[in-house]
Design a protein around this ligand. Structure first.
Ligand code: ADP
Length: 398
């Protein structure tokens, strides 16, 4: 199976791996799975690591997955628990814990402690960020949406988004994330209730007008890209909006710079890598100079290095003043990059708040079939909520 779960939500992933395991156990089937997500590899009997056409490691998961530095070197995301312990202790590789349960025990065994002052400082900075947002720019009031076939996709949505926020929409396939996001740029209008964007009720507006404020990058860049050259692709929006060729040129240059792809003007977008096509899709949104950017699963199908690159770009855009609304299934990305999160189920928002507050409620997340990253689970067991390995390392007293 070649990356069998790339486009699936967490439930779908578990389903595929359960079937694989069942086949393997009951039918004595030999399974070879090509995968770049290390968490998934924990369940294998044997892991083979490859780089540049060579096998560089071949062994049991308990051995291979402790190779934190090697993983990082070849561009794989190392497991968070061994990564954390390799940074805060002198443990031999063989003694590194792998799961958060093992991590809790090891944390206590080693007599490690969390520096309360430093933790409070993180919370204080977060509160400050919360206060720094601007006005409410998107407001959904009692929004209901029913598709023409009778499917009720949104059911009583109330949500306010302030200028400068970075909000992630989480939830299973079919929970309503895309339908909701499409209301924010007027691709859809509510069946009942209202959506106000920059003071305009979308009922009395259209995609063209709201598009001045809100850009929407679709899930699959190949559904968006159509031009023969990168330049024409990005130039399309500004040309549509009647910009002079001079201004078009300026905007294309600005957008390519923002996504770190200067010099690609003459390339055929379809000949680029998935990560590059994804960035071109974002650049073509940026060329319209929107204030709000909606990203629908911007990291799907990208490997760890490309995911990080994409997310660092999104972070920069947010820091330069863009409000970000991102649909994703990738929990570590929500933890490390988003400020706020809304978790959807059956057209309703089930959980909403600061990422740290929502990820603290692990039992509730589990009920919604979502599992936070293992460093979050480890720290929750210790009475604090850390969102990344770096954050927890910075607060660990040895
Ligand atoms: P998500 O983005 O969370 O996967 P969607 O917003 O795509 O969820 O879908 C929400 C619900 O609306 C699902 O039940 C889905 O099947 C349905 N739906 C989505 N698009 C359409 C459509 N064009 N016509 C009819 N039903 C749709």
């Amino acid at each position: 199976m070649d990356e069998p779960t790339t486009d699936l939500d967490p439930i779908g992933k578990i389903g595929v791996f359960n079937i694989a395991r069942k086949l393997h156990e009951e039918k004595e089937l030999t399974l070879i799975i090509v995968e770049h997500e290390t968490e998934e590899a924990l369940n294998a009997d044997r892991i083979i690591l490859m780089e540049k056409g060579k096998i560089i490691k071949d062994g049991k998961p308990r051995e291979v997955l402790k190779e934190v530095d090697l993983m990082e070197k070849i561009g794989l995301m190392p497991l968070q628990i061994p990564k954390y312990f390799s940074q805060v202790s002198n443990l031999e590789k063989a003694d590194l814990p792998l799961t958060y349960e093992e991590g809790v025990q090891k944390f206590k065994e080693l007599g490690l402690q969390i520096d309360e002052g430093k933790y409070q400082e993180i919370l204080r900075r977060e509160d400050e960020r919360e206060k720094s947002y601007g006005d409410v720019i998107i407001q959904a009031k009692d929004v209901e949406y029913v598709y023409s076939n009778g499917t009720k996709a949104l059911d009583g949505i109330n949500l306010e988004i302030r200028e400068g926020e970075f909000i992630a929409l989480l939830g299973h396939n079919g929970s309503g994330k895309t339908t909701l996001a499409k209301h924010f740029n007027c691709l859809l209008k509510p069946t009942r209730g209202s959506v106000i964007v920059y003071g305009k009720d979308t009922k009395n507006s259209n995609v063209y007008e709201i598009g001045n404020y809100v850009g929407y990058a679709f899930q699959n860049p190949d559904h968006q890209i159509f031009a023969d050259t990168v330049y024409d692709e990005i130039a399309f929006g500004p040309r549509m909006r009647g910009c002079t060729e001079e201004e078009v040129k300026e905007r294309v240059a600005e957008a390519l710079k923002a996504v770190d792809m200067e010099g690609f003007e003459k390339e055929d977008p379809f000949a680029l890598s998935k990560g590059e096509r994804q960035r071109i899709a974002v650049a073509s949104i940026l060329a319209a100079r929107p204030k709000v950017i909606i990203l629908d699963e911007p990291t799907t199908g990208l490997d760890y290095k490309e995911q990080k690159r994409m997310m660092e770009l999104v972070k920069r855009l947010n820091e330069s003043g863009h409000t970000i609304i991102m649909i994703t299934h990738t929990m570590w990305i929500v933890a490390e990059y988003a400020h706020k999160v809304a978790v959807m189920r059956d057209g309703k928002i089930e959980m909403y708040g600061k990422v740290r507050d929502v990820f603290k409620e692990e039992g509730r997340l589990l009920e919604l079939s979502l599992k936070p990253p293992s460093i979050v689970s480890l720290s929750n067991r210790l009475g604090k909520t850390f969102l990344s390995v770096e954050e927890m390392v910075s607060c660990t007293k040895r």
